[in-house]
Write a protein that binds this ligand. Structure first.
Ligand SMILES: *Cc1c(COP(=O)(O)O)cnc(C)c1O
Length: 355
């Protein structure tokens, strides 16, 4: 296999269980590349955890989760009249919870799907999606005047990754929720992101009438990094001398060593890393005098070989990368695995292996 996400299954599952036990009302988030694991695998894990609701990012992701997880499915991207919600399979529409982030969309959604289930999103300091306090009040009035098969499921708040405490902001937003006069009990269910366990604890104590439902992705799936490892495979090894020509651009090797061809390239999301060490002109001049490889334009790669993060011999190719291994380092064999440092949310792995 080529670029693989290796998961220590016992450790990972223990972490998932621990988060679920500590977060009542947890709503796991499975979106995008599934945080590296694929959305489908996360749906099965959510089923295994026994939660009642799973969140996906976009309507298109519903098909990958609906047959692996049989609870409710919250779509985080707001519903729009011209949007992808049209394509939702009728067989699962009663499990889908829409996010309504504009007053005008509330009427439009209910006109199209009178039995729709939905949360109303209130804007936060993120200013991504959502209604103002006044719009939320208007939504409350609209719902109060409308009987019907539709089901309000609560209010959604998408909070930033806070540098400080979220509490003052959440308290202000909860005041808006209260004054919106939404039908109860749904009007007291608040779906939140990025609150710490301590913040949630304080909110639950201060607002005992409210139910807080934390939507968590990163801290759940990627919360125990020691359970995770990304590996690439050595595909080829070439001994080279100073002056040998290689690569797409006919560069020359600056000194003796080995060129390694490893799996993992731009198609996987492998990119150039920041230049090594001191990037100042003076610093680079000093490295040049010492004969540093970054001075000849080699850039740090995310691949670790023989205990060290190695340099790209040239920018990553589509599915493979060429590294330079200076002489003296232990040379791996073709077929060996090497560690790669990647952003799990931005990497398209060829496979996931859970032990
Ligand atoms: C992605 C997302 C989350 C989960 O974010 P993490 O940082 O991965 O926990 C929660 N809520 C919304 C609206 C999101 O888009």
């Amino acid at each position: 296999m080529s670029l693989v996400l290796r998961v220590d299954g016992d450790r990972w599952r223990a972490h998932l269980r621990q988060v679920a036990a500590g977060e009542p009302g947890l709503v796991p988030v499975a979106k995008g590349n599934g945080y590296g694991f694929t959305v489908g695998r996360l749906a099965r894990k959510a089923a295994w955890l026994g939660v009642d609701t799973l969140a996906v990012g976009i309507y298109d992701e519903l098909d990958s989760v609906a047959h692996r997880f049989d609870g409710d499915l919250l779509v985080l991207t707001p519903w729009r009249p011209h949007g992808d919600a049209e394509g939702v399979d009728a067989a699962i529409s009663s499990r889908v919870i829409h996010t309504v982030s504009r007053l005008e969309d509330l009427g439009a959604l209910l006109a199209r799907e009178p039995q729709a289930r939905f949360v109303l999103e209130r804007t936060t300091s993120m200013l991504r999606h959502g209604m103002s306090a006044a719009e939320l009040r208007s939504a409350g009035q609209e719902l109060a005047g409308r009987d019907g098969p539709h089901r309000l499921e609560g209010v959604a708040l998408h909070l930033p990754l806070a540098a400080g405490s979220h509490l003052p902001e959440v308290e202000r937003l909860l005041t808006d929720v209260v004054s919106a006069g939404l039908p109860r009990p749904a009007g007291t269910v608040v779906w939140v992101s990025h609150l710490t366990g301590d913040e949630l604890g304080r909110l639950r104590a201060a607002y005992p009438d409210f139910t807080f439902r934390p939507r968590i992705g990163t801290d759940l799936w990627l919360g125990d990094r020691t359970a995770l490892r990304a590996t690439a495979t050595v595909l080829d090894v070439h001994a080279v001398d100073r002056g040998d020509v290689f690569g797409y651009r006919g560069r020359t090797v600056p000194r003796a060593g080995h060129l390694l061809v490893v799996s993992g390239g731009t198609a996987h999301g492998i990119g150039l890393e920041a230049p090594l060490g001191d990037a100042s002109v003076k610093g680079r001049a000093a490295t040049f005098v010492r004969g540093g490889l970054d001075a000849v334009g080699f850039v740090r790669s995310p691949f670790t070989v023989d205990g060290k993060q190695r340099l790209f011999a040239e920018p990553p190719h589509m599915q493979a990368s060429m590294l330079f291994l200076p002489s003296g380092a232990r040379v791996p064999d073709v077929g060996d695995e090497v560690d790669v440092r990647v952003r799990y949310t931005a990497t398209a792995f060829d496979g996931v292996e859970v032990s």
